[in-house]
Design a protein around this ligand. Structure first.
Ligand SMILES: Cc1cc2nc3c(=O)[nH]c(=O)nc-3n(C[C@H](O)[C@H](O)[C@H](O)COP(=O)(O)OP(=O)(O)OC[C@H]3O[C@@H](n4cnc5c(N)ncnc54)[C@H](O)[C@@H]3O)c2cc1C
Ligand SMILES: NC(=O)c1ccc[n+]([C@@H]2O[C@H](COP(=O)([O-])OP(=O)(O)OC[C@H]3O[C@@H](n4cnc5c(N)ncnc54)[C@H](O)[C@@H]3O)[C@@H](O)[C@H]2O)c1
Length: 480
C-alpha cells in the first residue's frame, strides 16, 4: 500500500474541488486533488453547458415556427435530430476540453485518480492501494441523480441527464418525471425540438418557484405547450415492446395509458456523501446524513474538514460551488486560521421560455423576517411594450419590499429576459437598496426593464412611498 502525507486533500475535481485546489495551493504545495471518475466537471460534461446547448437548438426551432407572428414565413421547419445532438456534443466537448487543459496544468503529483473515503478523520483510502494522511480535507464530491424506485420499471429506457446528451438522435417521445429545474429545462427543449413530452410531478412544485401567483402563471403557460401535472397520480410503469407504458390519471380523461420511448428521471439530486464512509470522521451529521457546516467558512463543526459545492446540498448552483470551493480551499490552506468568506445574495435562473428567476428572500422568508410587514409590487408582461414588440409578452414579476425601511427584499419572476432582470435585482438586494433608490436608477426605452420599473412603482405605492402607477404612463413611453 502506497502511503502519502499531505497538508490538504481535496476530494472531487469538479467546480468546487478545482476552486478549492487553486485557493489551497496559495498556502501550500503539499496537496492533492482526488477524482473518482472523469475530469471535466458536471457543469461542462452533463450539466449547465450541454443543457443550454440543447435549449439553444430548441429556441431556434421555436423562433422559426413562430416567425409567422411578424409576417415572416420561413417554410416548414425541419429539426435534424442527429445534427442537433452533434452540435450539443461538439460544443460540450469544447467546453470540457478547457477544463481538461486546466487540470493538466496542475502538477502531476497533485492529481490522484480513485475513489476516496475516510478511514479516520485524518486518513483517507483512495482505491485499493493508496493511503493518504491529510492535515486538512475539503469534501467537494458533488451530487448525482436521485432516482425513485418506481421508475426502475422503465428498465433500459430509464435515462438521466447524463444519458440524454449522448443520444445520437432525438426520440419520438419522453415522459419527464420531476418538473424541477432540470425537468423543465430539458423537457421544454425536447418538446420544442419535436419530441412528444409529458411531465409528471409530485406535491405541486414547479421549478424553484415559491410564490403561488408566479407558480400559477408558469403552470398555465407550460401547459399551453405540453402537459405538465405537478401532482400526478401515476398508477403503473411498464417496459413494453414499444417503449414504456405509463398509466396515470388525467384530469379530463380519467385513467389512461400512454407509451413513451424514454422516461427521464429529473427527480432531484443526491449529495455524494454516502460513499465517503463519513461515519469514520466523527463529524456531526444532519438528518439527511450531510455534515453540519458553517456556510461562511464551509467548516464542518470545529474540525479540520471543509465541505463545498453540491455535496453540502445547500445551494446546488455553479456560482455557489465556485465560491464555496474557494472559501473552503483558502481555509483548509491557512488552517488553523479560519475566515468567513464572501457569500452573495441568492440568485437562480431557470433557462426555460419564459425564464424563471428567483432573487434574495422568498416570499415566505420575507413574511417571516418582516413579521408580516411587507408589500408586493407586480407587473404582468402581457401588455409590456418591449416584450410585445419582440413577441415575448408572457409572464409575471413580483417584487417584495419591507414596510417602514422601504428595503427591497426579494423577487420572483417568470417572464422574458429574467436572466438579466434577475441580475439587476440581485445586485440591488446585495447593495441593500431601497425601492426608492432602485427607482432613481436609469431605465432606457423601450426595454423589458421598464416592466421592472412598473413593478417597483407598484411596490413603492403599496409601501405608501409613492403615487399609484398610472396606466399607460406617458413618461415611460407606451406599455411600460
Ligand atoms: C443538467 C444540469 C444542468 C445544470 N445547469 C445549471 C445552470 O444552468 N446553472 C447553474 O448555476 N447550475 C447548473 N447546474 C448545477 C451545477 O452543475 C452544479 O451546481 C455544479 O456543477 C456543482 O459542482 P461541484 O463541484 O459541487 O460538483 P461536480 O462538478 O459534480 O464535482 C464533483 C466531483 O467529485 C467526484 N467524486 C464524487 N465522489 C468522489 C469520491 N468519493 N472521491 C473522489 N472524487 C469523487 C465526482 O466524480 C465529480 O467529478 C446544473 C446541473 C445539472 C445536472
Ligand atoms: N438553470 C440552473 O441553474 C439549473 C439547471 C439545472 C439544474 N440546476 C441545479 O440542479 C439541481 C437539481 O435539479 P433537479 O431538477 O434534479 O432538482 P429539483 O429539486 O429542482 O427538482 C426535482 C423535482 O422532482 C420532483 N419530484 C421528486 N420526486 C418525484 C417523483 N417521485 N415523481 C415526480 N416528481 C418528483 C420534485 O417535486 C421537484 O419538482 C437544482 O436544484 C439546481 O440547483 C440548476
Amino acid at each position: 500500500m502506497e502511503q502519502r502525507k499531505v497538508d490538504v486533500a481535496i476530494l472531487g475535481a469538479g467546480t468546487a474541488g478545482m476552486g478549492a485546489y487553486r485557493a489551497a495551493r496559495k498556502h501550500t504545495d503539499n496537496l492533492v486533488m482526488i477524482e473518482a471518475s472523469h475530469y471535466g466537471t458536471t457543469c461542462a460534461r452533463v450539466g449547465c453547458m450541454p443543457s443550454k446547448l440543447l435549449i439553444a437548438a430548441a429556441d431556434a426551432a421555436h423562433g422559426a415556427r413562430h416567425a409567422d407572428l411578424f409576417g415572416v414565413r420561413p417554410g416548414e421547419v425541419v429539426v435534424d435530430g442527429p445534427a442537433v445532438m452533434q452540435r450539443v456534443r461538439d460544443e460540450r466537448d469544447r467546453f470540457v476540453s478547457f477544463v481538461l487543459e486546466a487540470v493538466e496544468n496542475f502538477p502531476e503529483e497533485h492529481r490522484v485518480q480513485g475513489h476516496a473515503r475516510f478511514l479516520s478523520p485524518h486518513r483517507l483510502r483512495v482505491g485499493d492501494d493508496l493511503e493518504i494522511e491529510a492535515g486538512r480535507v475539503v469534501i467537494a464530491t458533488g451530487s448525482r441523480p436521485n432516482i425513485p424506485g418506481f421508475l426502475k420499471a422503465a428498465g433500459d429506457r430509464l435515462v438521466v441527464n447524463d444519458d440524454l446528451f449522448e443520444w445520437e438522435d432525438l426520440p419520438e417521445s419522453v415522459a419527464v418525471f420531476g418538473p424541477g429545474v432540470i425537468g423543465l429545462e430539458l423537457g421544454q427543449a425536447l418538446n420544442r425540438l419535436g419530441v412528444r413530452v409529458r411531465m409528471f410531478g409530485v406535491g405541486g412544485a414547479v421549478g424553484p418557484i415559491q410564490d403561488d401567483e408566479i407558480r400559477e402563471c408558469a403552470l398555465k403557460t407550460f401547459n399551453d405547450e405540453f402537459p405538465l401535472d405537478p401532482d400526478a397520480d401515476t398508477r403503473k410503469i411498464e417496459r413494453t415492446d414499444d417503449g414504456v407504458a405509463i398509466t396515470f390519471v388525467d384530469a379530463d380523461r380519467g385513467e389512461v395509458t400512454e407509451t413513451f420511448d424514454y422516461v427521464l428521471a429529473a427527480t432531484g439530486r443526491k449529495p455524494n456523501v454516502d460513499g465517503l464512509d463519513i461515519q469514520n470522521t466523527d463529524l456531526e451529521l444532519d438528518d439527511r446524513g450531510t455534515p453540519v457546516f458553517d456556510s461562511y467558512t464551509m467548516r464542518c463543526g470545529d474540525s479540520h474538514i471543509f465541505i463545498a459545492g453540491d455535496v453540502n446540498a445547500a445551494l446546488p448552483l455553479l456560482h455557489e460551488a465556485a465560491d464555496e470551493g474557494r472559501i473552503a480551499g483558502n481555509n483548509a490552506g491557512q488552517y488553523p486560521e479560519v475566515r468567513a468568506g464572501l457569500r452573495r445574495v441568492p440568485l437562480s435562473v431557470v433557462f426555460t421560455d419564459p425564464q424563471i428567476a428567483t432573487v434574495g428572500k422568498t416570499i415566505q422568508q420575507v413574511n417571516e423576517d418582516c413579521r408580516g410587514c411587507f408589500a408586493v409590487g407586480s407587473v404582468s408582461f402581457e401588455g409590456q411594450g418591449r416584450s410585445r414588440v419582440v413577441g415575448k409578452n408572457r409572464g409575471l414579476l413580483r417584487v417584495y419590499g419591507e414596510h417602514g425601511s422601504g428595503l427591497f427584499m426579494g423577487a420572483e419572476m417568470f417572464g422574458p429576459a429574467a436572466e438579466h432582470i434577475g441580475h439587476l435585482l440581485a445586485w440591488a438586494a446585495q447593495q441593500r437598496l431601497t425601492v426608492s433608490q432602485m427607482l432613481a436608477m436609469p431605465f432606457y426605452h423601450p426595454v423589458i426593464e421598464e416592466g421592472l420599473r412598473t413593478a417597483l412603482r407598484d411596490l413603492s405605492h403599496q409601501l405608501s412611498l409613492g403615487p399609484k402607477e398610472e396606466t399607460h404612463c406617458l413618461d415611460c413611453g407606451p406599455g411600460g
